[in-house]
Ligand binder design. Structure first.
Ligand code: CA
Length: 440
């Protein structure tokens, strides 16, 4: 587990003016992405966000300012994917964080500032790619509030499945349809069984939904047949991003019994470009606790450091921007807000559960946490919950519109950030995607 150090101090300042008090990317954050300039035909390479700029790691590498492990880490982080950098592990990640912090700190020498200034690219001038070659994508289901809300719609008498409180449930997802934020997607076609009908129909999804999730990326791999113990799980997690597990509810609910989600989930999954490292998130860790009358985790899913600091307080919000919003230049309408701290299982427990049978995780694999819904109705992380299965209209106050499910032209925008007294606020930026009409 990461410990706090001088890179977390609230008083730390950067010579990059826009980083001071930046809502997402002050010097205390230093998240990674893969980017290139929008213009020209540049190669993809790693970058680090600082204020409104991207620090171009390939350009920095060419300057030869670093040495030792930090230089080796910079070499891997400047590549077109971050898989090799993630495989290096905590010691290398930490070395590069310290080195980048020193280069960007207001105490850096004039010569250093001049050299590094040449490696900055305004974020408005770049586009992003997926940060890794994602070999595998797994999606968990770890919010008890989401499980109860959705369970009530499917099984009103028995909303929570018997296994939920005993293990972090997941399914193996589809890596090929994971896209970077900003990529639009077609409303999926598929088969559904409308209520009150006797035969299924084939057509465009009528119940299109989002799922507010976080994703995390696997660092060092584990060998096939060698589980990762819970105490070691944090060292296998590089960092986190925002994730939208777009869902075709009508297709999903008809097809998923008995083998789980298939076409209802595999048409698109959006992730934010910036990965916030677990070291940057260290100040926002908090105890993992279970109510006394709930089952406590079995021994292999229970461990002192997970109990002490396994949970993370990450604030999250969901907004819809419709065609009407864009036409009238209105800001997107916020429809939900919650925190990741309410999840029933921690990221470490998810990683350990994934490997306990011997499954080998690979560096750069993406793992979704499952929909994040908080304890109150306004904290729901999917529109099927907010609209109670389509029975209640969700208001979009800025335009006077309403939604039960998503319409063509709707963009769904997630934002995530961490705030705590005594520490600088850091953020994930945003994750967005726009629904295009189906091709029938
Ligand atoms: Ca999901």
């Amino acid at each position: 587990m990461n410990t706090l150090n001088h890179t977390h101090e609230a008083a730390a300042k950067s010579w990059v003016a826009s980083a001071q008090g930046h809502a997402d990317f002050p010097i205390q954050n230093l998240p990674y992405a893969v980017f290139c300039r929008k213009s020209g035909h540049e190669a993809w390479r790693g970058g680090v966000a600082i204020g409104d700029e991207v620090l171009d790691l390939a350009a920095l590498q060419a300057k030869g300012l670093l040495s030792g492990l930090a230089a080796q880490a910079l070499h891997e982080a400047s590549q077109s994917t971050l898989n090799a950098f993630m495989a290096m592990g905590h010691e290398a990640w930490h070395a590069l964080r310290i080195a980048l912090f020193d280069l960007l700190s207001s105490s850096a020498s004039e010569a250093t500032q001049n050299a590094v200034r040449n490696c900055l690219v305004p974020q408005t001038e770049v586009r992003y790619n997926l940060p890794t070659q994602i070999g595998n994508y797994t999606d968990f289901y770890t919010s008890i509030y989401h499980a109860e809300n959705v369970g009530r719609i499917i099984r009103p008498d028995d909303p929570l499945t018997p296994n939920f409180q005993w293990l972090p449930i997941a399914y193996h997802g589809r890596a090929s349809s994971v896209v970077i934020s900003g990529t639009p997607f077609r409303r999926p076609m598929g088969q559904a069984m409308p209520p009150g009908t006797k035969a299924p129909v084939y057509g465009a999804c009528a119940r299109l939904d989002f799922e507010l999730e976080m994703g995390f990326f696997v660092g060092p791999s584990n060998a096939l047949g060698e589980p990762v113990a819970l105490k070691d799980a944090p060292s296998h997690i590089f960092g986190m991003c925002l994730l939208n597990d777009w869902s075709a509810r009508d297709h999903q609910f008809w097809e998923m019994n008995p083998l789980g989600p298939f076409l209802g989930k595999n048409f698109c999954t959006s992730i934010s470009p910036w990965i916030v490292t677990m070291e940057a998130l260290a100040p926002f860790r908090q105890p993992f606790e279970r109510p006394a009358d709930h089952p406590q985790p079995l021994a292999y899913l229970d461990e002192a450091s997970n109990r002490a600091a396994g949970s993370l307080d990450i604030q999250l919000s969901v907004a819809i921007e419709s065609v009407a919003h864009r036409t009238a230049s209105k800001p997107a309408s916020r429809i939900s807000a919650t925190s990741f701290k309410h999840q029933y299982w921690t990221t470490a427990q998810m990683l350990t559960q994934h490997t306990v049978g011997g499954c080998n995780l690979q560096s750069g694999d993406l793992i979704g946490t499952g929909t994040i819904s908080g304890p109150t109705a306004s904290e729901a992380g999917a529109i099927v919950e907010l609209s109670q299965g389509g029975r209640v209209q969700v208001p979009l106050h800025e335009t006077g519109e309403q939604r039960t499910f998503l319409l063509d032209g709707d963009a769904v925008i997630f934002q995530g950030w961490c705030e705590k007294t005594g520490f600088a606020r850091i953020g994930f930026g945003s994750c967005s995607g726009t629904v295009l009409p189906a091709i029938s």
